[in-house]
Write a protein that binds this ligand. Structure first.
Ligand code: 7TS
Length: 416
């Protein structure tokens, strides 16, 4: 098949915004960054917005009546408005800043979960989850005595939706908690359909959007997600900032998690009352520069358009799957491109995934090797580890060629 990116945008224009991409990884070897599922690179606009905050209007938010604090508050809250629009939440009060997906899920576990889950209840998840959507529930289950069940997969790495229906029918399910896109298989889960079924069974649904929000249009109202979590650093923003979206009525009913400044309405020595949403869940001085940076990242993505970003990534992923299929002794995991995000995890018969990643690094290619914080999934697939290439809006088709060339080179070195 002929491949070109003409149906998307001029990738070189995008790349020019990312200073880190225009460097050599080793002397004479250009960087090919294919570890986007772990963290994305940042455009100069995001770096400059954060720099500008520190240089011109650094101050705490929601406190001072001086001009700098007002400016900082306006930028910090302005970012929240942008994020609301980006995921189509009904209100900015439904956008809670956290440190990232992990903290967002822990927040739901420790507030909604702690208040609502009891022995006999079931939290229904999947075997493909990231540890951040397994361990918080295990910690709470040990304390509260509820059960966790896991939806199995088909051979191709898609969810077994018949098993999902059956597990819901077994009863007791209070929460379905599922990743939108797998960080290993790339599987795009049918979360809107899953939400419909969960709601019909009287359960809520939490969607881990860490690997979807950066890469495709997300509409939390269309998905009818009760909770939706994502991280700024995977979507061109900085580390240390992420979001928990929650339906307003649910967030209103939930107790706070961390106590401290900003999350209270009044404090007496005898007891305290809570601030309105979303501040009830935002104790202490927040990540101000980071929120501003994330707002700028959202501007950057919306300016291109998430449909366009997704189309570009589909083209790169389709090409990558086609080229990887040519390589002898290489197994790629997960479904075909029609149900797959911009992720290709693979193993090479006889080569340890870490050794392979090291050899690719020597060729300038940054990939991740290991269990990708999905040990249960690797166990389920009968693997200890895999090597993963993951793509984003700035990747070129020629970078896929560089990856495949390096794989052939590694194969030759190992099978000699
Ligand atoms: N959920 C999914 C689906 C993820 O891929 C990740 C991070 C997280 C949650 C946690 O996000 P955090 O920002 O709170 O750490 N995934 C990866 C990865 O695949 N490689 O490095 C981090």
């Amino acid at each position: 098949m002929e491949h070109s990116l003409e149906r998307t945008y001029f990738v070189e224009t995008v790349r020019a915004d990312f200073p880190i991409l225009n460097q050599e990884h080793h002397p004479g070897v250009p960087l090919v960054y294919l570890d986007n599922a772990a963290s994305s690179q940042k455009p100069r606009q995001v770096i400059e917005a954060m720099d500008d905050y520190y240089r011109r209007y650094n101050a705490n938010v929601h406190r001072g009546i001086h001009k700098l604090s007002e400016q900082a508050t306006a930028a910090y809250e302005g970012a929240r408005v942008k994020i609301r629009k980006f995921i189509n939440a009904a209100s900015k009060r439904e956008i809670v800043y956290t440190r990232g997906t992990t903290e967002s899920i822990n927040l739901v576990a420790q507030t909604w979960g702690r208040a609502n889950l009891k022995p006999g209840d079931v939290v229904l998840s999947t075997v493909m989850e990231h540890h951040s959507n397994i361990v918080p529930w295990q910690i709470l289950a040990a304390e509260k005595g509820f059960t966790i069940k896991y939806i199995p997969l088909h051979e191709d790495g898609t969810l077994d939706m018949d098993a999902y229906t059956r597990l819901l029918d077994e009863g007791g399910v209070k929460l379905v908690t599922v990743m939108h896109v797998s960080n290993v298989l790339g599987t795009i889960n049918p979360v809107a359909d899953m939400a419909r079924q969960a709601h019909a069974a009287g359960a809520l649904i939490l969607v881990d959007g860490a690997q979807s929000t950066p890469h495709m249009p997300v509409d939390v109202q269309a998905l009818d997600a009760d909770f939706f979590a994502f991280s700024g650093h995977k979507m061109l923003g900085p580390t240390g900032i992420g979001v928990l979206y929650g339906k307003r009525a649910l967030l209103e009913a939930m107790p706070p998690w961390m106590g401290g400044g900003d999350m209270i309405a009044s404090v007496r020595l005898e007891g305290s009352t809570w601030n309105e949403l979303p501040y009830k869940f935002e104790a202490g001085t927040p990540s101000i520069a980071e929120a501003i940076g994330l707002g700028c990242a959202v501007d950057y993505l919306m300016n291109i358009g998430m449909e366009t970003v997704h189309a570009h990534e589909c083209a790169v992923t389709e090409y990558a799957l086609e080229r990887l299929a040519e390589v002898p002794d290489l197994t790629v995991y997960g479904p075909d491109v029609s149900q797959k995000g911009a992720v290709a995890a693979f193993t090479f018969a006889g080569i340890h995934p870490h050794d392979l990643a090291q050899m690719l690094d020597a060729e300038g290619i940054a990939v991740r090797a290991g269990h990708h914080c999905a040990m249960p999934l690797h166990h389920y697939l009968g693997l200890a580890a895999s090597t993963r290439a993951s793509f984003y809006l700035y990747n070129r088709l020629s970078e896929v060629d560089a990856l495949v060339e390096a794989l052939y080179k590694a194969r030759k070195a190992f099978y000699r």
